[in-house]
Design a protein around this ligand. Structure first.
Ligand code: ADP
Ligand code: MG
Length: 496
């Protein structure tokens, strides 16, 4: 335990301490004030001031007279004599984060420490604090100022997953690496399912290095080129009209026709749309609804359906990726859906369709089934494409997931480089935030405005985050923690 100094002032949750000679304390350091009864006060240093008995104007003038006319030191020894000893002190200013009583129970601040109590660095013995921030899905090590402490930080999946997660950072800040580390921890833990929509097909190559992927990772690709991935196949009955509307813009009459078609033909409406001539479809709809749709309207629907059928292997197959995927996730596996080689429209339809089916499967569970099915986190990259202000208003499946998923044991992990593009309603529902480096002030301001107050206190730190560094803020933790995320390769190297 590193001795750092002594407490010199306390008021409410604010404390000041004198930094011991030769000790280093940085902005953002988390320190411990030893109380008198075996209790501890955890504080975070956020500012400093230097005080000296020489600080007064006349004293500064006297010191200046020891310098030559250009302000240079002429006699270092003499100056050291004046400045040395206890004449000059560095005062750290800190805010109390939480309090541990003599029995090791953690509380929000209860009281303030006494004068001249010892201040020291965090150590592995500070178990009451460390167990709260450790979680069961490890992500990195606690950072304290410029040091990385070998104290693991993570999240408790059972608390965080269904309360939704946001991962925000500029390109190159380490978002993908963080998702890989999260996936690695989910694989190790085996108590949660993780569904990752892999927009760049970037995850398998690294995840493959994990020792347990054989039984715990499943990869799907619509057109697999290597045998690690299974072919993604979808049966007609799994496709609903919402999946089609998610991927293209339709006019009012087109939307009307689409929903009528699915209402009239039910489960296999898409197969029939593709099988029948436009004229026959118009007649059939006319017979059952009395509406006469235009040829253009039906052709557009047919064309979108045809494209999707080709790209997403939609057909009459008995095996369907959808039910396999749901089963894998229920059993706590990581499922990767590789999307790089399909068109943006098909990608949106597929992400919507799979998420919709997963939501349905979980919503339809009876109570007993719900106890055994693992909580599932859906990772959605470039999330503003689905949850931007306009998209959210359409109440698509991701908007539904944000507002309803929690009661079904599902959660959304929103990954984005520009959080300001997300709908406010989405941001306000994210109860765990992983904030990586954000270059744009507008994005940082948005997060500060939408999120909890403790992020504001760390505004300076957030501004200066390097690649792979983040601030973790989650609703069950008493304070936001600065973290150096593990580099994926090093992390799995350590655990096996
Ligand atoms: N925690 C980390 N420790 C060390 N290097 C990292 C870390 N996170 C990311 N990197 C490196 O930074 C680069 C960009 O990371 P990446 O995760 O792809 O960023 P993003 O997805 O935000 O664009 C990668 O080369 C990666 O190896
Ligand atoms: Mg990335």
């Amino acid at each position: 335990m590193e001795y750092k100094g002594r407490l010199t002032y306390a008021k409410g949750t604010y404390v000041e301490f004198v930094v011991a000679p030769n000790q280093q304390v940085d902005f953002g350091d988390i320190l411990v004030v030893e109380g008198k009864n075996g209790d501890h006060f955890y504080v975070r240093a956020y500012d400093f001031k230097v005080k000296s008995r020489w600080s007064g104007v006349s004293n500064v003038g006297y010191l200046m007279s020891k310098l030559d006319e250009s302000g240079q030191v002429t006699n270092q020894e003499e100056l050291d004599f004046y400045l040395g000893g206890n004449h000059t002190v560095k005062i750290g200013m800190a805010e109390q984060l939480c309090y541990a009583d003599g029995h090791g129970t953690l509380f929000n601040p209860k009281t303030c420490p006494d004068f001249f109590c010892e201040v020291r660095g965090l150590s592995a013995n500070d178990t009451e604090l460390l167990s709260e921030i450790k979680g069961d899905l490890e992500l990195g090590f606690l950072k304290s100022g410029r040091d990385i402490l070998e104290l693991p930080v993570g999240i408790y999946g059972s608390k965080a997953i269904t309360e939704h997660i946001g991962i925000f950072g500029t390109t190159g800040s380490g978002k993908s690496n963080l998702v890989k580390v999260l996936a690695g921890s989910v694989i190790d833990n085996a108590s949660y399912g993780l569904l990752i929509f892999d927009v760049h097909n970037e995850y398998y190559r690294d995840l493959a290095k994990h020792p347990h992927i054989g039984e715990r990772l499943k990869v799907y690709n619509t057109n697999p080129k290597a045998d690690y991935a299974s072919r993604l196949i979808i049966d007609y009955s799994a496709v609903g009209p919402d999946d089609i509307t998610a991927c293209a813009t339709f006019s009012e009459p087109q939307l009307d026709a689409l929903y009528k078609l699915s209402a009239v033909w039910q489960e296999n409406w898409m197969r029939d749309v593709l099988a029948y001539d436009t004229a026959d479809i118009i007649d059939d709809l006319n017979a059952s609804t009395g509406q006469k749709f235009q040829q253009r309207t039906i052709s557009k629907i047919k064309s979108v359906c045809w494209n999707l059928k080709q790209e997403l292997n939609i057909g009459d197959d008995a095996v369907s990726t959808v039910s396999d995927m749901v089963t894998d996730l229920e059993h706590g596996k990581v499922v990767l859906i590789e999307l790089k080689d399909i068109s943006p429209l098909a990608e949106q339809a597929l992400s919507t369709l799979l998420s919709q089916r997963l939501l349905q499967a979980y919503a339809n569970k009876i109570k007993e089934e719900r106890l055994t099915a693992k909580p599932v986190l859906i990772v959605l990259e470039e999330a503003h494409r689905f949850l931007g202000k306009k998209e959210h208003a359409n109440n698509n499946v991701f908007a539904k997931l944000v507002s309803e998923a929690r009661k079904f044991n599902l959660g959304l992990c929103v990954v984005d480089q520009q959080p300001r593009l997300l709908a406010d309603k989405v941001l306000s529902q994210l109860n765990t935030l992983f904030i990586l480096g954000l270059a744009s002030k507008a994005d940082r301001n948005k997060l500060e405005a939408m999120c909890r107050k403790d992020i504001l206190q760390q505004r300076n730190e957030i501004k200066n985050l390097d690649c792979g560094e983040m601030i973790v803020a989650t609703n069950y933790m008493r304070f936001a923690a600065p973290v150096k995320v593990h580099k994926f390769e090093d992390f799995i190297g350590r655990s096996c």
